[in-house]
Design a protein around this ligand. Structure first.
Ligand code: IPT
Length: 953
């Protein structure tokens, strides 16, 4: 049976061979972006396909923005699945219910559009299958959503009244090759352009620009389909195409993205080129560029915008690159398809290493043991080769692209090998990546995702087993540190490994942005919010930036962990070691400063002179002699490295790296005491200094006139996505174990309320129903008449095999609370294994701004190592430096919420002070909390001391 074109495994018919993409020619172009007419039909064989004919009346049709996805413009709805296909595995057949969007637009050629020569029509991205007509003539059809397709149209063009008709099917055979973990978003989502192709124009060309680091020589050869000339004025180069020329050049690297303006002139066209000289090699078992081993501080980037989906405008692309550069990120894997080509221009210009990945993923076949996997079925190989060629031909002239990736999660198979062979034959100047084949038969790098620290260390040491070839290859984590919700935890420990072993060339955090779709009721929608029957919930929100691109704490942490300059030292002796972790750059672009802080406030500051430190080198410098010692104060140095001048990606003064070096930890809590407890006449209250308690329950009621409610031991946190773990893993997640034990519904039985000579002692037994495990908790209260001291101790009873989420107190402060001040870690949240970026100082915020807006609500917002905090008129001090959280809802409300819009502020601010907390880890897709960051309940008792007083005024 002959299948309709959209169910045919072939990549399509009628389009031109792929070629280099450029937008910098002097040939005329006409953008066909803008409003188009649109009609949605429920099936592919919609009743009416006469719409492409001249004179068709589309009067009743809607209007839609091109580029765009119709499901984000009021026609149908997005769907989200991770690995699963949202339709039966029946390749190459797709459902009869196949939303089909007919797009129509008329256009005139602008005045001055050349009358001679030809023209092509270019589609930069259409999901998932398009059929195209111009002026009633069918041009062809294509699949390969995130790849360009061009059609020759010269003969058909008219000066005015051209009718361009495009029929787009949501589902096609191509959908089987596009099972990436993301929203399914059909439509013409990238630009549509008409390009004049003058007689003698450049067609395809390949810029070969290499750099020999031993001699400082760059070589340039531009191979072009159409012979012409290449000039690089700055280098005095004027060469014929195909001719190799050499010159002394400054090389291109991601750290020093030196580009030379050049021109390719063919008889009919002048194309502006930006040439970067660099040489990529696999040498001594590592990936080297210009003779030096790289360390990738990378991120996986999907194209996403909360309003427009995978239609991403230029400003947003630039915003992504700037944000990455400002957070010390030096590499991008274009997961899991080639991005809009303009993004790669930005990577060339601003400097990012790129792994350019092909638009290919067949992950859902894993669910059936990879039976009928298109990646291993010869019938599909032409489609795979077409995709490889469209990527390589389009992007081959970008110096930023250093590795090609065959795709993601396709299992193994002959189609992948065919792609690799083709790519190697076409471009031997780059290396090949593919994670899915553990044999590494076709690749130049051993790549893995989510391997835990211990395994990565074994690989670093060369103690891994596996095929010989693989054991000689460099290693990278193409995905790690799953940034879903609160986290990722454990970044510092990965980075230490990367910096220790040459073979470990770094990794790419999964992933850059939360794909939350702007939604009127939910703020941001995730899987299931559009009524999908099959979906993967908020697994689509796992980025380092929120959907609106504000950095999440994970990005701030990553920036600190991957600093390209490591500042270490010893506070008391005032010595500092500066290590330059750049692969190429020296430190002349940075200025160093020091400041000296007393109780979090800067009391002296100055410049720090650092001698020249080349890449990979280290220097020691001395800080000035510290201002007078003050044993009662907490003192520390803060050393910073900041940009000396404005750069293309950040302004002068932008801090790249920093460190704090403690000198003296002077806080010793003065212990209030002296007041003795008295009972009220009716026996219902106990007064201790300025505090009053419930005589029956021992509960604190007020300090002076400040009402305080519900102060007691608290061990629960609203589970994070990492606590909840991976749904597909058989063993229960830590959150499942917490809930099974009942840590979210602990009961507090009061055993004794005992006034003593020194104060008041309250003993409780805190335990979940149906269990004999318990936490014996004692509260010892004392007061000097004005301040109130609490010493709490917690002793586990029974055999606790489950770590605790947290251990500390929580209490409520009726009222709105407003401003918060604290001395401790800030400005953002920090947890035991996400605390690298927490800077000790005096900080101020309001309660609402303390909340981190994770798309799915969960534990968030804790400030670490808090010496004192002031909130709602109350001041709490502690020398145990607990973590501090304040929010206008309870942990139980936070736990119950699905979206942020479910959280409505109540009339009480709930404060947590935690002696200790369980770490975060990355078990939402990866290893859990490292042992040193777990919070065991026992066997030792835990204790907290803190002093409550009222703030002035
Ligand atoms: C891995 C995928 O490659 C990526 O697309 C994304 O789904 C990520 O996981 C999790 O968010 S595959 C996973 C099964 C390891």
């Amino acid at each position: 049976m002959e299948l309709p074109h959209h169910e045919d495994v072939s990549p399509g018919t009628g389009s031109l061979p792929p070629r280099a993409w450029y937008a910098t020619s002097d040939a005329a172009t006409l953008s066909l972006n803008g409003p188009w007419r649109f009609r949605l039909s429920p099936t592919a064989d919609t009743e009416d396909d006469t719409f492409a004919a001249a004179g068709y009346d589309c009067g009743a049709w809607d209007e839609i923005a091109v580029p765009g996805h119709w499901v984000l413009q009021g026609h149908g709805a997005p769907r989200y699945t991770n690995m699963l296909y949202p339709f039966p595995l029946d390749p190459p057949r797709v459902p009869t219910e196949n939303p089909t969007g007919d797009h129509l637009r008329t256009f005139d050629l602008p005045d001055g559009w050349p009358r001679d020569g030809a023209a092509v029509l270019r589609f930069d991205g259409v999901e998932s299958c398009a059929r195209v007509w111009l002026n009633g003539t069918e041009l062809g059809d294509f699949k390969g959503s995130r790849l360009p397709h061009e059609f020759a149209v010269g003969e058909l063009l008219r000066p005015a009244g051209n009718v361009l008709a495009v029929r787009v099917h949501q589902w096609s055979a191509g959908s089987y090759l596009e099972d990436q973990d993301q929203w399914w978003l059909p439509g013409i989502f990238r630009d549509v352009t008409l390009l004049h192709r003058p007689e003698g124009c450049a067609r395809d060309f390949f810029v070969h620009a290499a750099y020999d680091h031993r001699t400082g020589t760059g070589t340039l050869r531009v191979d072009s389909d159409v012979q012409g000339h290449v000039t690089v004025a700055e280098l005095g180069i004027d060469a014929a195409t195909g001719e190799e020329v050499a010159a002394a050049v400054e090389p291109w690297t991601a750290e020093t993205p030196r580009l030379y303006d050049a021109t390719l002139a063919t008889p009919g066209e002048r194309v502006a080129l930006r040439v970067g000289f660099r040489t990529v090699a696999l040498e001594d078992g590592t990936i080297k560029v210009n003779g030096r081993t790289l360390l990738f501080r990378g991120v996986n980037r999907h194209e996403f915008h909360p309003e427009t989906g995978r239609t991403v405008d230029l400003e947003t692309m630039r915003a992504d690159v700037l944000l990455m550069k400002r957070h010390n990120i030096n590499a991008v894997r274009t997961s899991h398809y080639p991005p809009h080509p303009a993004f790669l221009d930005l990577c060339d210009e601003l400097g990012l290493w790129v792994i350019d990945e092909c638009d290919l993923e067949t992950h859902g076949f894993g669910a059936v043991g990879w039976r009928a996997n298109p990646a291993d079925d010869a019938r599909w190989t032409p489609a795979l080769l077409d995709r490889a060629a469209r990527m390589v031909e389009r992007d081959k002239n970008h110096p930023s692209v250093v590795l090609w990736s065959l795709g993601n999660e396709c299992g193994t198979g002959r189609g992948l090998t065919a792609m690799a062979d083709w790519i190697r034959a076409r471009d031997d100047s780059r290396l090949l990546h593919y994670e899915g084949d553990r044999s590494c038969a076709d690749t130049d790098v051993y790549s893995r995702m989510y391997a835990d620290h211990a395994e990565v260390e074994r690989i670093g040491r060369g103690e891994d087993d596996g095929p010989d070839k693989r054991r000689r290859l460099p290693f990278l984590l193409c995905e790690y540190a799953h940034a879903m919700g609160n986290g990722p935890g454990g970044l510092s420990e990965y980075q230490q490994l990367f910096e220790t072993y040459d073979r470990l060339q770094g990794g790419f955090v999964w992933e850059w942005i939360d794909h939350g779709i702007a939604h009127p009721a939910y703020e941001y929608a995730y899987g299931g919010d559009f009524g999908e029957e099959l979906h993967d919930g908020n697994f689509v929100c796992d980025g380092l930036v929120f959907p609106d691109r504000t950095p999440s704490p994970g990005l701030v942490e990553y920036k600190k962990v991957i600093e390209p300059v490591r500042i270490e030292g010893d506070g008391p002796s005032g010595t500092v070691a500066i290590s330059n972790l750049h692969d190429f750059a020296d430190l002349s672009h940075l200025v160093f400063t020091w400041s000296y802080e007393k109780d979090g406030t800067t009391v002296a500051e100055g410049a720090l002179t650092v001698p020249p430190v080349g890449p990979g080198e280290r220097a020691e410098v001395d800080l000035p002699s510290p201002p007078r010692r003050d044993p009662d104060a907490e003192t520390q140095w803060t050393v910073r490295a900041a940009l000396a001048e404005d750069t293309a990606w950040a302004a002068k003064g932008h801090v790249v790296a920093w460190a704090q070096l403690p000198v003296e930890y002077g806080m010793i809590l003065p212990v209030p005491g002296g007041a003795t407890p008295t009972k009220d006449a009716d026996g219902r209250r106990i007064t201790l200094g300025a505090a009053s308690f419930d005589a029956r329950t021992g509960a604190l009621l007020a300090l002076h006139d400040r009402e305080i409610t519900g102060l007691r031991l608290d061990v629960w946190r609203a589970p994070t996505d990492n606590d909840n773990g991976m749904p597909w893993r058989p063993e229960p997640s830590v959150a499942a174990r917490w809930r099974a034990l009942g840590l979210h519904r602990m009961q507090h039985r009061v055993e004794a309320v005992e006034p003593t000579g020194e104060g008041l002692t309250v003993r409780t037994r805190v335990a979940p129903a149906a269990s004999d495990l318990a936490l014996r908790t004692e509260y010892h209260w004392a007061s000097d008449g004005s301040k109130l001291l609490l010493r709490m101790s917690v002793t586990p009873e029974g055999d606790w095999s489950v770590p605790l989420p947290r251990i500390g107190i929580r209490f409520g402060l009726p009222g709105a609370a407003g401003r918060v001040r604290w001395f401790g870690g800030g400005p953002g949240e920090a947890y035991p294994d996400t605390a690298a970026a927490s800077l000790i100082g005096v900080w101020e915020s309001d309660v609402d701004a303390l909340q981190t807006p994770y798309v799915r609500p969960q534990e968030n917002g804790a400030r670490a190592a808090v010496r004192w905090a002031e909130v709602g008129g109350l001041r709490v001090e502690s020398d145990g430096a607990p973590a501090f959280t304040a929010r206008r809802w309870t942990t139980e409300q936070l736990d119950a919420a699905r979206h942020r819009t479910d959280l409505t502020p109540g009339d009480t601010v709930w404060v947590n002070l935690d002696i200790d907390r369980h770490g975060i880890g990355t078990q939402s897709c990866g290893p859990g909390v490292l042992p040193q960051y777990e919070l065991p309940a026992g066997p030792r008792p835990s204790s907290l001391s803190c002093i409550f007083s009222l703030t002035d005024g």
